[in-house]
Design a binder for this molecule. Structure first.
Ligand code: NAD
Ligand code: GLY
Length: 363
């Protein structure tokens, strides 16, 4: 059975839900779905590699609990996060005559989670949707908070909906098969939570990073749970990102710019966020918002993970324009999350002349 210390609650009134964080929880999916009052058909959206790794176990758990399970496999990777593939998921639901009380389960990382949630939000104006998060990024970030969507040829995540899952299940055992590069990319988001909201958690990461990187079970549990608690609290206060939720984008203004400037080929997201955090911290210090010690602690922790931290050389105007394509732009002004100390950040407008002076050292 699931213990109460393995659950984080996301408080959103009628749309509240649990996040279950426990090794082996994938095998209890049948009971979890029954607990939500669901019965009948379940569509499991995944990709071929994840279907091979976890599809059979998940299907068995669902079938044993009396569900009819349809596996919907879509190609692996960010390039699948399109309207066309979202529509192909809907085609499968139509073909198998899914009803309002049928459910969709996303088995995978952020790509599968985002597109499955979006398909669930569209079909019959919304059917229940459950996230089974299998990457560190998904377990600490993308599965929580209801941002669903797909990419448009001219930009990432331009099409989507806020659509909360009915449940999130993070089986931490699944992280053991994750490629190391993906695991480390998730670590950037983990460090982010310490900087934006919890200096004690940041100190815990400093203390335990080697054990966490070794995937020691209790440490991994603690990390995923604390990140979810922080995200749940932020989302409960600001579901639609009209204020507080913007702090979750620390490292992302520069990070997104670097991803776009390298045409999404050089870095995976967490790597760009790591460089983004290092340099948004440096920028905050340049603006006299935080101490050099606060910058040094972040750089040191990021360095210990092996994540990249060096800013590639870019022409300033290209860099500024790329930052301007980020979603945190309002009325043409670029807003950036800047640290004041470890555990506290502020969202502030950026002044181009000041950023140009700071950026000169990288061009
Ligand atoms: P991903 O979903 O692309 O997964 C990375 C790779 O790992 C894929 O090849 C996948 O098949 C593989 N994989 C997944 N789980 C595995 C496992 N347990 N064992 C072996 N291989 C496994 O990457 P991601 O970092 O999880 O997600 C990135 C996506 O998430 C982006 O599209 C991003 O926009 C989105 N995202 C969304 C939110 C949100 O709030 N909705 C937040 C952050 C990121
Ligand atoms: N990943 C940022 C957010 O969910 O708001």
């Amino acid at each position: 059975m699931t213990r109460s210390n393995e659950i984080v609650k996301v408080g959103l009134g009628k749309r509240s839900y649990d996040i279950v964080i426990a090794p082996g929880s994938l095998h209890r999916m049948g009971a979890y779905l029954q607990g939500l009052g669901l019965s009948g058909k379940v569509g499991v959206v995944t990709n071929p590699a994840l279907a091979r790794l976890y599809g059979a176990s998940l299907k068995q758990a669902l079938v044993k609990a009396g569900f009819t399970c349809h596996l919907i496999s879509i190609p692996e990777g960010e390039r699948t996060k399109t309207l066309r593939w979202a529509s192909s998921i809907v085609d499968e639901l139509v073909k198998h005559r899914f009803e309002r009380r049928s459910a969709l389960v996303a088995l995978g990382g952020g790509v599968i989670g985002d597109i499955t949630g979006f398909a669930a939000s569209m079909y019959l104006r919304g059917i229940p949707f459950i996230q089974v998060a299998t990457t560190l990024v998904a377990q600490v970030d993308s599965s929580v908070g209801g941002k669903t969507g797909v990419n448009h040829p001219s930009g990432k995540n331009l099409i989507g909906a806020f659509y909360q899952p009915a449940l999130v299940v993070s089986d931490t055992n699944t992280l053991r098969t994750l490629p190391k590069r993906e695991w480390l990319a998730g670590m950037a988001e983990v460090i982010k939570y310490g900087v934006i909201a919890d200096r004690r958690f940041f100190a815990f990461l400093e203390d335990r990073m080697e054990h966490i990187l070794d995937m020691r079970e209790t440490d991994v549990q603690t990390v995923v749970k604390r990140c979810c608690e922080i995200k749940a609290k932020v989302v409960a206060k600001d579901e639609r990102e009209s204020g507080l939720r913007r702090i979750l984008n620390y490292g992302h203004t520069i990070g997104h710019a670097l991803e776009a400037l390298s045409r999404y080929r050089k870095y995976i997201h967490g790597e760009a966020v790591a460089i983004g955090m290092v340099h948004e911290a440096h920028l905050a210090h340049h603006l006299e918002l935080c101490s050099a010690a606060a910058v040094d602690r972040q750089c040191a922790l990021i360095r210990r993970t092996g994540l990249p931290e060096r800013m590639p050389a870019h022409n300033f105007l290209k860099f500024w324009r790329a930052m301007g394509h980020d979603k945190k732009v309002a009325g043409g002004t670029i807003y950036c999350v800047l640290p004041r100390s470890i555990g506290r950040v502020q969202v502030l407008p950026l002044e181009p002349r000041v950023v140009r002076r700071w950026h000169a050292q990288f061009s």
